[in-house]
Design a protein around this ligand. Structure first.
Ligand code: FAD
Ligand code: NAP
Ligand code: SF4
Length: 724
């Protein structure tokens, strides 16, 4: 299928109905795409995200609701999470493969829900054969090469095994068509089966499936040919190619072009670009990656092919998508995580409500970290994602007057959702701005996106008419006088101040002051505490020049990517020096283990690597003894050690701030404190039942500071808002 011209669409609607504003604002994004045998209503694609529901008991009705909600909101095409063509290619022992009539019946729930929601929306099933990344002992690969992140050593395929895999791909595509899908996407990247045929590192064969590149690409090309043959014409076949695999010794540009042309000739309708192998040591989708950093590579490949191209990676707002399309980098834009964060992203763009988009901040905390941790996927900023049938915010018949104290993530999540349901909400914060600790997080280089969440909440405050009282430290008397029906205490935390001799020394700086820049930081710095905040502070004080997240050239330099010359894998192999800050920084913790083990599963390695490249020393097993003019006195591994530093930044964790909660729970008649208990149960959130006064709830850091993060604070608040 030849590429249709990307013609901006003018309204063809009746002159009496004004066209949605988005058609003018995003003419490329809302231009339809004619594939000849079918037509996509716009260029906004919901990219593939594995949710965990594919394998879960009773997961398909939930998947159907999840996709239908996005289909109702104007997305042009949806790609499902990866479905294996056979058990050996799957992520788990149970389910997840489409091999029979039972599977077809399950998948019909999804396709019917999407087409019922909007007949114009297309849905394609991604066929994902995990190869050496499959999480079952029957896994297969071109050669017995275990992936660095794989669970088992794969079995090398023999000729019969290869024939079986090809037949399974073909059967899977035919079954997908029976199930009502409009097409399939074959994933040929990321370290999954097809991509492991392509590079010598994982393909050590010398038969017709290995050796020179023409042989190594035979398997993926044959998969496409067999899928096309089995599914027949009039069915969308998308191939996802690694346009930059980020591997040293990975694919060369001419190999990528050769492969892409062969895939096109084998019958693919659309080419989608991917930029990773999961084990490659370059971040490609985390929040430290600039928006749309990779799309120019798609643009270069687009010039070599005739079929339409999809691009992706860190495209999280409509204006970014529009710019990518307008400069000719692609024909379609894939947004996967952004559609978890906001199911209505496309319709909000269409109707000029961009400021209401709940933007994906690329944290990975509730999506990819869950996928790779074997948990169901959701979203940090939208805990309802993938929980559409179980977490809802119905309008209330009898609105209550609710006071929310604390405009951090917990208070904001609760206040905006409760007000959306119709409650009358007053929101108090002692600070001059809403945001709580997110006001600090957004100052960290690589976390600039956190500002988008605050913009979203601010807009929700306006939209739902929340009465906001900034610069107001609420106390019990004020709240009692306010005659509220319920009070939600979301007062957050206080930083822990370790009881170490010399903690009052002028060289000691709390992390809040370090982040706000309200105290000078010297050239030789020790950071006490290596949790998420310790790592963030280390990134901040070693930063010099523009943040890599805001500048693709800086990002490329920091991570050794060469977008222009595109060496093998796209990477130079040179360990780049990040712009020197001139500071010597040492990150310390008491636990005698590697630092950063509790950071995100899919991003922790990048944070560790980024700091190591800036020369940050990381030391565990430290006992803090004293701080004085000489520096920080410690024992490390039992031996005395002095860190001769001029600044000690304290990032030693947090304690719940419960002053207000304690005031409200002061003993009195008819009051029962029920603090504590199971965080997942809203009933357990009640701090205090007071027969004569308001009912009081405690959420977020104020409820529990240990292992608190924004994901937990926001989700806990959302669950309470759903039931209050
Ligand atoms: P807070 O954010 O602490 O908000 C509490 C609010 O209550 C404050 O605004 C305070 O002014 C107000 N308040 C307190 N007492 C009163 C009173 N009596 N009256 C009125 N107002 C009052 N989490 C993640 O999940 N991912 C991250 O990447 C991440 N990065 C971070 C980076 C940094 C630098 C920091 C500091 C934190 C980061 N966090 C991150 C943690 C996350 O921000 C917190 O878990 C989250 O903010 C907790 O939300 P909260 O609403 O419970 O409390
Ligand atoms: P944290 O992750 O609990 O880390 C606290 C650090 O302080 C640890 O290194 C701990 O290690 C040390 N510590 C604890 N008690 C101490 C004491 N008495 N004296 C000296 N050191 C002590 O907490 P955080 O870094 O303050 O972060 C707060 C929350 O925000 C965390 O739960 C985190 O998940 C979240 N956050 C997340 C991210 C992210 O990227 N996902 C980023 C920032 C913050 P030792 O006890 O071994 O010394
Ligand atoms: Fe985006 Fe974070 Fe939500 Fe994942 S959890 S979709 S990365 S905001």
């Amino acid at each position: 299928m030849l590429r249709a011209s990307l013609t901006p669409r003018r309204s063809t609607m009746s002159t009496k109905i004004p066209s949605p504003i988005g058609l003018d604002r995003y003419p490329h994004l809302f231009a339809p795409l004619d594939l000849g045998f079918t037509r996509l209503k716009n260029r906004a694609l919901m990219g593939s995200m594995h949710t965990g529901l594919e394998e879960a008991e009773g997961g398909f009705p939930r998947l159907a609701a999840y996709f239908a909600e996005r289909a109702r909101a104007d997305v042009g095409m949806i790609i499902t999470g990866g479905i294996s063509p056979n058990p050996e290619g799957g992520f788990g022992e149970a389910g997840g493969a489409l091999t029979d009539a039972e599977g077809v019946a399950n998948h019909r729930l999804v396709t019917a829900a999407v087409h019922d929601a909007d007949t114009q929306v297309k849905i394609c099933m991604q066929i994902l054969h995990a190869g050496p990344l499959a999480r079952n002992p029957g896994l297969v690969a071109p050669s017995a090469v275990r992936s660095r992140i794989g669970s088992f050593m794969p079995h090398e395929l023999d000729d019969a095994g290869i024939d079986k895999q090809l037949a399974d791909f073909a059967r899977c595509a035919a079954l997908a068509r029976q199930a009502g899908y409009d097409g399939v996407e074959i994933i040929g990247s990321a370290g999954y089966l097809l991509s492991t045929f392509l590079v010598e590192k994982t393909n050590r064969r010398s038969d017709r499936w290995g050796g020179p590149f023409e042989h190594r690409m035979r398997f993926p090309v044959e998969v496409v040919r067999r899928v096309r043959e089995a599914a027949g014409p009039g069915f969308i076949v998308i191939y996802r190619i690694a346009a930059m695999d980020m591997l040293e010794g990975g694919m060369a540009w001419d190999e990528i072009v050769t492969l892409a042309k062969a895939i096109e000739a084998a019958g693919a309708d659309i080419m989608s670009t991917h930029f990773c192998w999961h084990e490659a040591p370059v971040p490609t989708i985390a929040t430290m990656v600039p928006r749309a950093a990779f799309t120019r590579v798609t643009g270069r490949l687009r010039r070599e092919l005739r079929i339409p191209m999809i691009t992706s990676n860190r495209i999280n707002m409509p204006e970014v998508a529009e710019a990518v399309l307008a400069r000719g980098d692609a024909d379609l834009v894939s947004m996967a995580r952004p559609m978890l964060a906001d199911p209505e992203l496309v319709s909000k763009a269409l109707h000029g409500r961009e400021d209401e988009i709940n933007t994906c901040i690329a944290c990975n905390q509730a999506c990819l970290d869950h996928t790779f941790g074997g948990q169901e996927v959701s979203c940090l900023v939208n805990p309802r994602a993938c929980h559409e049938t179980v977490l809802n915010y119905p309008a209330v018949a009898r609105p209550k007057r609710i006071a929310v104290v604390g405009a951090g993530p917990a208070g904001l999540s609760f206040a905006t959702l409760a007000a959306q349901r119709g409650h009358r909400v007053s929101l108090f914060d002692a600070g001059a701005e809403i945001g709580g600790q997110f006001l600090l997080a957004k100052r960290i280089p690589g976390k600039e996106e956190f500002a988008e969440t605050l913009r979203y909440w601010q807009r929700m405050i306006e939209r739902h008419g929340i009465d906001v009282r900034l610069g107001t430290r609420a106390d019990a008397a004020m709240l009692r006088a306010g005659n509220f029906d319920e009070v939600v205490v979301a007062t957050g935390i206080v930083p822990r101040r370790p009881a170490i001799p010399g903690i009052e020394h002028p060289s000691v700086v709390p992390y809040i002051d370090a982040i706000l820049g309200s105290r000078p930081i010297g050239r030789r710095v020790a950071i006490m505490g290596a949790g998420g905040i310790g790592f963030d502070v280390a990134a901040l004080v070693t930063q010099a020049g523009p943040s890599a997240a805001l500048d693709a050239a800086v990002f490329a330099r920091e991570w050794g990517i060469d977008f222009e010359r595109h060496p093998r894998g796209g990477v130079t192999g040179v360990k780049p020096e990040a712009a020197p800050s001139g500071r010597t920084v040492t990150l310390l913790q008491r636990k005698p283990e590697a630092l950063g083990r509790n950071l995100g599963k899919t991003t922790g390695w990048a944070h560790r690597m980024a700091l190591a490249r800036r020369g940050v020393q990381m030391i565990g097993g430290v006992e803090y003894l004293a701080i004085d003019d000489a520096g920080l006195h410690t024992r490390v591994g039992g031996e005395p050690r002095l860190f001769e530093v001029d600044t000690v930044i304290v990032c030693a964790g947090q304690l719940p701030l419960r002053t207000l909660a304690d005031e409200l729970s002061a003993p009195g008649p008819g009051k029962t404190a029920v603090l504590g208990g199971d965080l997942s149960s809203p009933a357990e959130l009640d701090l205090l039942r007071n027969d004569s006064g308001p009912k009081v709830h405690l959420i977020g850091g104020a409820f529990e500071a240990a292992e608190l993060d924004a994901k937990r604070a926001i989700a806990q608040a959302a669950r309470l808002a759903a039931t209050v």
